[in-house]
Design a protein around this ligand. Structure first.
Ligand code: MRU
Length: 365
């Protein structure tokens, strides 16, 4: 994606020193665009835990570079195993993290220690390139859905898409998953408009998706998370497209908390509910998403406190919950496959079912 005319990915190796890893600090968006330099695996772990980087594909890509950074100091097998285990614990729900770390370990563990650092950087770069191409293709396979809706519209009517959380370029290495078809539709001249769920508690929709869409010139409106059902009842939503952190082999979908409620509302109102995912989000080892996918419990302070910018430009955090009231913060939920209209992948679209997934991914476990 371009920022002020310059193309950027969401993670890259610093060209000047050739080894440190650069990311955008997503906790500072949309107020400022700060670039952070990560120089060791502990900084990578902190960036993932604190959500300076977030979004399932991106945390996998950044963790891959975390392995390369650790091996710079000690390229032993013990360090390789330690960093893979340590980074794998940073966030539990997105399977992309474990996928990327397993790919790194697989590429490196049989190599002589002397060859590991260069190979680790090369493998991390390959993971990033793979993600970029994958997300571009997700856009290509999602675009016909939006074209079909546009074709049924009267002149002057726009295609209304609802999305939850942030599954745009800043959640991946580039292009995004759920937002990739939307960017392609907008670039192709389709009249699209996006309802952006604010996505409490961390407001990835309000802070990140709105920022991304705004910079790309895509018409959008931020709504309270609870507005989606009402808008669907009144015909204001043509399609829901969300990203995901893990899809089971049966097509159950883990995504940011609140996604399940959108799927229920969509089903009740006959609104198609599509989920966009790269191959790295598929977990063929899991059958029942509700029972088996670990749901991240985050700090309740994300519920009790809100951060924003004051009129005079200061970033402030304020408490919005009565003192003494406890808060709970499950960060993801699982939408059962029966509520999902279909999956948009880099290999095409399919039903959210084992048969659908196996037809597209006969090579996946
Ligand atoms: C392409 S990103 C898909 C998902 O990772 C996204 O929808 C999401 O839920 C992100 O959650 P986050 O907690 O911000 O990492």
């Amino acid at each position: 994606m371009k920022i002020d005319g310059t193309p950027y990915r969401s993670v890259w190796v610093d060209q000047a020193d050739g080894w440190s890893v650069r990311i955008f600090d997503q906790t500072k968006l949309p107020w400022s665009l700060d670039i952070l330099s990560l120089t060791d695996e502990d900084q990578v772990a902190t960036a993932i835990r604190s959500m300076q980087v977030r979004g399932a594909p991106l945390i996998g890509a950044v963790a891959a570079y975390g392995v390369a950074l650790a091996l710079r100091t000690d390229a032993s097998t013990a360090t390789l195993d330690r960093v893979v285990a340590m980074l794998g614990e940073t966030r539990p729900t997105a399977i992309n993290l474990r996928w990327a770390l397993a790919r790194m370990r697989g590429a490196l563990h049989n190599l002589p220690a002397a060859d590991r650092v260069a190979a680790a950087y090369a493998e991390a770069a390959a993971i990033c390139d793979d993600d970029v191409e994958t997300c571009r293709r997700i856009g290509e396979h999602g675009l016909p859905l939006l074209r079909d809706i546009a074709a049924r519209k009267q002149p002057g009517q726009r295609v209304n898409i609802l999305t939850h959380c942030n599954a745009g370029w800043i959640a991946t290495v580039d292009y995004g998953t759920a937002l990739s078809p939307i960017y392609q539709a907008h670039d192709a001249g389709l009249d699209v408009h996006v309802w952006v769920d604010e996505t409490r508690p961390r407001n990835q929709g309000a802070a990140l998706t709105a920022w991304e869409l705004g910079r790309h010139g895509v018409p959008h409106t931020v709504i309270a998370d609870n507005a989606g059902g009402h808008l669907m009842q009144h015909g204001a939503v043509d399609i829901v497209i969300v990203g995901t952190d893990r899809v089971t082999r049966t097509g159950d979908v883990a995504n940011k908390i609140g996604t399940y409620l959108k799927a229920l509302a969509a089903r009740d109102n006959g609104v198609p509910f599509w989920v966009a995912l790269p191959h790295s989000t598929l977990d063929m080892t899991v059958a029942d998403g509700v029972a088996e996918i670990p749901i991240e419990e985050r700090n309740p302070v994300e519920i009790t406190d809100l951060t924003g910018r004051t009129a005079d430009g200061r970033i402030e955090t304020i408490r919005v919950v009565a003192e003494g009231s406890p808060a709970a913060n499950p960060a993801f939920d699982v939408t059962p496959a029966r509520l999902v209209t279909g999956l948009i992948t880099e290999r095409g679209r399919c039903e959210a079912s084992e048969a659908g997934l196996r037809a597209l991914y006969p090579d996946k476990g």
